[in-house]
Design a protein around this ligand. Structure first.
Ligand code: ADP
Ligand code: MG
Length: 237
């Protein structure tokens, strides 16, 4: 048991270090961006170079932002959360991006769902990542349905269903690998971070997809906290 604690402490230190580095990079990045914007407005000619620099800086920024979410020392805040209310809030946040892309998001999560035991901000982040992917998979618009059902196993299962471009079967195993992306401006971190968060909740995440038809991401999350008292009793000799 002692070794386990040491290991997880080591991991926490690495995570903190990484988060610290990422955080430190953000400030000079912001100042770089500011000066490039200033130069663009005052220097004549070669404006496209400024635009390229700004686009690349944006890319670094989004990688760092997503990385920070993942590496941030986990100050987790677990509570009972009402799924219908939570999804309503997430969808509201994503609505502008959806509308700009001609995408309709339908919240089919019932108000009769049992509460789930989760870190609300982390699970919201997961759904935002999934909705963002679905929107990006529908360049000419479409619909996303978010559904839920509660099982007898103490889990609530959510589905994010889109009718976007779909994913070829040979690419499915690559999903969730860090930096795997098929998008010009992608980071390839969204699914990895989502997967880690769901795992930390003792849940599961799975993806089914048909090219040209759409993609369904299924997430199951427990309704109750782990029974720690029981598991330590069982572990004792
Ligand atoms: P990113 O969105 O930055 O590319 P993600 O980890 O979120 O990174 O997704 C990885 C890849 O998985 C995407 O580049 C895309 O090819 C594929 N993908 C994820 N979700 C969907 C979806 N709903 N429809 C089609 N492709 C998807
Ligand atoms: Mg993504």
């Amino acid at each position: 048991a002692e070794e386990l604690i040491i290991k997880s402490e080591k991991l926490a230190v690495v995570g903190q270090l990484a988060a610290g580095v990422a955080h430190e990079i953000r400030n000079p990045l912001t100042s770089l961006k500011g000066f490039i914007q200033l130069m663009r407005s005052t220097v004549d000619g070669k404006h496209e170079y400024f635009q390229i620099m700004l686009t690349e800086l944006d890319r670094i920024e989004s990688i760092i932002q997503e990385f920070l979410l993942f590496a941030k020392p986990q100050i987790s805040d677990f509570r009972y959360v009402d799924p219908c209310h939570m999804l309503g809030q997430v969808i509201a946040i994503m609505q502008t991006q959806a509308m700009l892309n001609n995408v309709q998001i339908v919240n089919d999560v019932g108000s009769d769902m049992p509460a789930i035991w989760c870190d609300e901000n982390h699970i919201k982040q997961v759904f935002m990542n999934l909705l963002k992917n679905s929107i990006e998979a529908m360049p000419t618009g479409g619909a996303i349905h978010v559904t839920s059902r509660s099982g007898p196993d103490g889990m609530v299962t959510f589905q994010v269903v889109d009718n976007g471009c779909g994913i070829p079967p040979e690419r499915i195993p690559k999903l969730g690998e860090p930096f795997y992306t098929t998008k010009e401006k992608g980071t390839g971190l969204g699914l990895m971070v989502s997967h880690r968060i769901v795992e930390a909740h003792r849940g599961t995440l799975s993806i089914r997809s048909v090219v040209g038809k759409g993609t369904t991401v299924e997430i199951s999350l427990p309704t109750d906290p782990p029974d720690d008292a029981e598991s330590t009793e069982k572990a004792a000799p």
